[in-house]
Ligand binder design. Structure first.
Ligand code: FAD
Length: 578
């Protein structure tokens, strides 16, 4: 490994979003910890989160964590593991106060407490009416969380390796031994030898043509674990957020509807009243996205086209500008319209991965139906599947998830560090990563990877998004096979070592292809509709056969599907009405 720099730490955290930074804060005071991030930390996608973080503080009206738990389980179409949901909803309260004490500038009520607003699927008294549960900092909640945690990490002297692209996970004798990363600035390979690896690498919305996710949302950690033999859980459940800006996908927070905005079709009708008489526009995202799809398909889009309006005009300029300043700015810049006076064209946008790397309640990555942990391997945040969100996540619950489970993963990792030694570093630790880099840098074909990527994203959008069929998913898998063949023959235009973002993007496309295949295969097998997974040919939920989690294994490139039971503690599955 003469071309490789070797570093030694107790723990390596891959990812500097909310989950990674929270885990770093837990571990760094008592252990030698490195955080590796392909982005400068404050550019992580957590910083783009707008609307809020959910916690039953009850600051503006009565609320209880049990109600939050019920809404989360029902919103997830009963696929969530309820012991995990209970932990999340209980801990949410304490967590929000921890963020406040660490310096997060939340919006305030007139008497100085943290203000709260409505969000989709969050209700009072087990479904009676919307409740104000989302704590927020205007429409920049994630930005404030990320800045707060990053400042705290600087104060705690966490070791950051910024712009390091992790390419591989090193396992030795079934245990974690470290990761391999490429320094983006120089192209140098680095091996991090350690006792614990925590993945907090975020989601994979870039697999779809229309998405709210930033460019870095390419599922790296998920695919790296999958390639290393870890199964992926529930990847067929991918959420589309109802209000993406038409054709661009940039998000308009659900907080807009929380403040009173409504969806309108081409007849000027508030169509959600027909589909969800109680919660209307604040029904969960899977339902609203499907209703929008239906309106458009039946010719009731705006001017018969494939978009609808989000109408904020009745809210008044003061509310729009004070509570939703960032999205007001986006709409002005990208559409050239003023949302305070003109309705905004929207369409569903790929937003959030419910599935991912399977973990237990302490963030330990597990590899089978019996929840057997891989010693030293952890995951938290959007890349992980605990599973709290089940088949569909409620708005504001991801920010809770990353903080609560980032913290738990960090704490358990510390216990592990104190009780264990790192296994020896295998001599071939960097070989796979080096071979991957060389394969592309020395490739012969000249098809730009961007073509392959755009075909991938259109394929997933057309055949595996809001509505799915057996025929469409079969076609999707056959196209993905061709896309993979073309992909393996691409090469980056830039062959250099310094800031070779061409190479970085090429590697990312490979991660997206792997995950897309798992998504389509798992979706084809699941012959029911549940949460965000809607099969037009199997439109009903089928608890008898399908109340179970998918586990997809990589068997030398072939996908094997197995299943594990859902943990139901308090709320028995019921039909979902809103
Ligand atoms: C526009 C938008 C608005 C949202 N609004 C809300 C909201 O209001 N409320 C809510 O609850 N949720 C919201 N979400 C969802 C939520 O923001 C995300 O799910 C969550 O922030 C993910 O956090 P994370 O820590 O898991 O990962 P991220 O914040 O995505 O961070 C991932 C980190 O991993 C690093 N990384 C990835 N791959 C590699 C690699 N190969 N090598 C090294 N580093 C790597 C990146 O550099 C980055 O630091 C929103 C999402 C979007 C896109």
């Amino acid at each position: 490994m003469s071309d490789v720099v070797v570093h030694r730490f107790d723990a390596v955290i891959v990812g500097a979003g909310g989950a990674g930074l929270m885990a770093a804060l837990q571990t760094s005071a008592y252990a030698n910890v490195a955080v590796l991030s392909k982005l400068y930390p404050t550019r992580s996608h957590t910083g783009a989160a707008q609307g809020g973080i959910g916690a039953a503080l009850g600051n503006v009206e009565e609320d209880h964590w049990e109600w939050h738990m019920f809404d989360t389980v029902k919103g997830g179409d009963y696929l969530s593991d309820q012991d995990a949901v209970e932990i999340m909803c209980r801990d949410a309260i304490d967590t929000v106060y921890e963020l406040e004490h660490r310096g997060l500038p939340f919006n305030r009520t007139p008497d100085g407490r943290i203000d709260q607003r409505r969000f989709g699927g969050h209700t009072r008294n087990f479904g009676e009416a919307p409740v104000r549960r989302a704590c927020y900092a205007a429409d920049r909640t994630g930005h404030m969380i990320l800045q707060t945690l990053y400042q705290q990490c600087i104060k705690a002297r966490v070791n950051f390796f910024n712009e390091y692209h992790v390419l591989d996970l090193i396992l030795s004798e079934g245990r974690v031994a470290g990761v391999v990363a490429r320094d983006i600035q120089t192209g140098g390979l680095h091996v991090f030898h350690c006792k614990v690896v925590i993945f907090g690498t975020g989601g994979y919305g870039r697999a779809f043509k229309i998405t709210s996710n930033s460019l870095a949302g390419t599922g790296d950690g998920v695919a790296i674990c999958y390639r290393a033999g870890i199964p992926l859980e529930d990847v067929e459940f991918y959420q589309f957020h109802p209000t993406g800006m038409y054709r661009m996908g940039f998000l308009i927070t659900e907080g807009a509807r929380g403040e009173g905005a409504i969806l309108i079709n081409g007849l000027g009708e508030r169509f959600m009243e027909r589909y969800a008489p109680t919660l209307k526009d604040l029904a969960p995202r899977d339902l609203v996205s499907r209703c929008m799809y239906n309106e458009i398909r039946e010719g009731r889009g705006i001017n018969g086209e494939d978009y609808l309006y989000l109408d904020l005009t009745h809210l008044g300029r003061e509310v729009v500008e004070a509570k939703l300043p960032d999205i007001t700015e986006f709409v002005r810049v990208y559409f050239g319209i003023d949302p305070a006076t003109t309705p905004v064209p929207v369409q569903p946008t790929a937003h959030y991965a419910m599935g991912g790397i399977p973990t237990d309640l302490d963030g330990r990555v597990v590899i089978d139906e019996a929840n057997t942990p891989v010693p030293g391997l952890y995951a938290a945040g959007e890349c992980a599947c605990v599973s709290v969100h089940g088949a569909n996540r409620l708005g504001t619950n991801s920010l809770v998830d990353i903080i609560v489970f980032g913290r738990r993963a960090g704490r358990d990792a510390l216990r592990f560090i104190q009780q264990n030694e790192a296994p020896p570093l295998p001599a071939d630790a960097a070989d796979r990563a080096r071979a991957q880099v060389n394969h592309f840098l020395n490739g012969e074909s000249a098809e730009p990877v961007a073509n392959v990527r755009e075909d991938l994203r259109s394929t997933m959008m057309d055949l595996a998004s809001v509505v799915r069929t057996a025929q469409g998913l079969t076609e999707c898998l056959s196209r993905l096979r061709q896309i993979r063949e073309r992909y393996l023959r691409t090469r980056p235009g830039d062959r250099g070592n310094t800031f070779n973002t061409d190479l970085l993007e090429t590697i990312e496309v490979g991660y997206l292809i792997d995950i897309s295949e798992v998504l389509a295969t798992s979706a084809l097998a699941r012959t029911e509709s549940r949460g965000a997974h809607f099969r037009e040919d199997f439109p009903e939920r089928n608890d008898r056969d399908w109340l179970k989690h998918t586990l997809a294994y990589n068997r030398d490139g072939r996908i094997e599907l197995r299943y594990k039971p859902v943990r139901i503690t308090t709320f028995q599955p019921k039909a979902r009405t809103y």
